[in-house]
Design a protein around this ligand. Structure first.
Ligand code: HSE
Length: 324
């Protein structure tokens, strides 16, 4: 039986924990729930709500069960600091270093230490999966690594932030001012805790860094991305774009060595021109030409990516055991 732990019992952690209850028959058992203050060892039941007040909650390092060898697969879902990568960076580094497989939705650790973490996983012979970090449930990395293996990615462009896309959509179609549209996005639980990360393009820039490092084999940092957010986008500018059959979108792009995030004019009938909270990612490929993926880039759809990574690890472990 593979023993799984989750650090970060917020919105995503709770949905994932419930889903994992179905995996007991598949050889995976949820053994630990943790947040930054401590942990809870489980014997089958998934507790509802916040774990902190529960009597069995142990105020200690959430890494203790990992250090005691009680966890084989760790899912890290902590709020992310994109400048330091913490606290997720320490959790992931420690787990990989102890031979534990890791799945994460945290962008910070990947933005700060992509090469370090992927090399560590490789040297330890364990899996480090992060499909959920970019585009929520859209299968970007798995598709690129498996189905596009025979082709070559020339460039990538994407609308990678649901909050700003929602704001720009409300400004375009309803003429809503930016601050009101932001309040709506916050109520929908889309925005980062600090929404300036969304508005200033930092969240999109983090995703561009992860995409570049993971899919194009480079070693980029946040400082390598030329970033402009949507703070200066006015209703008048959107109206002018509308009159030309266009709109303004926050577009992240990777072209050659140049990484950027900026508000750009996009034709209303262009495949990248998705509205509301949707994300879109366009690959320009050597043989195939353009390929655009569209989907929900945040919220519950992210659990689909987490489960896909967990499935991949289960299959790999079965293969290594010579089972399947
Ligand atoms: N704040 C992010 C967004 C969450 O709006 O897309 C998903 O990364």
């Amino acid at each position: 039986m593979i023993s799984c732990g989750i650090i970060g019992y917020g919105f995503l952690g709770r949905i994932l924990a419930k889903r994992l209850a179905d995996y007991r028959g598949r050889g995976l058992e949820l053994r630990m729930l943790a947040n930054s203050k401590g942990y809870l060892l489980l014997d089958g039941d998934v507790p509802p709500g916040d774990i902190t007040p529960l009597p069995r909650f142990r105020a200690s390092s959430p890494l203790e069960p990992v250090e005691r060898g009680l966890v084989d697969l760790l899912v890290v879902l902590t709020p992310t600091n994109v400048r330091t990568g913490e606290p997720g960076l320490t959790y992931i580094r420690e787990a990989l270093g102890r031979g534990v497989d890791v799945v994460t939705a945290d962008k910070g650790p990947l933005v700060v230490a992509f090469r370090e973490l992927t090399s560590l996983a490789e040297s330890m012979g364990v899996s480090f999966c992060y499909e959920a970090t970019v585009g929520g449930g859209i299968p970007i990395f798995s598709l690129a690594r498996h189905s596009l293996m025979g082709d070559r990615i020339i460039s990538i462009r994407g609308i990678l932030n649901g909050t700003t896309n929602y704001i720009l959509t409300r400004m375009h179609f309803e003429g809503l001012p930016l601050d009101l549209a932001l309040q709506e996005a916050q109520m929908m639980g889309l925005a980062e805790r600090d929404p300036s990360l969304d508005l200033e393009g930092i969240d999109s820039a983090c995703k561009i860094v992860i995409l570049a490092n993971a899919l194009l084999g480079v070693d980029k940092r946040l400082g390598d991305v030329k970033v402009r957010g949507i703070n200066q986008v006015t209703s008048d500018a959107i109206l002018a774009a509308k009159e030309l059959g266009m709109t303004i979108k926050l577009v992240g792009s990777i072209e050659g060595d140049r990484l950027s995030v900026a508000p750009r004019l996009v034709r209303l009938n262009h495949p990248l021109c998705v509205h509301g909270t949707l994300n879109a990612i366009e690959f320009k490929l050597d043989i195939m030409g353009d390929l655009t993926l569209i989907g929900r880039g945040a919220g519950e759809s992210t659990v689909s990516a987490l489960l896909s990574d967990i499935e991949w690890i289960l299959n790999r472990r079965a293969y290594l055991r010579g089972g399947r």
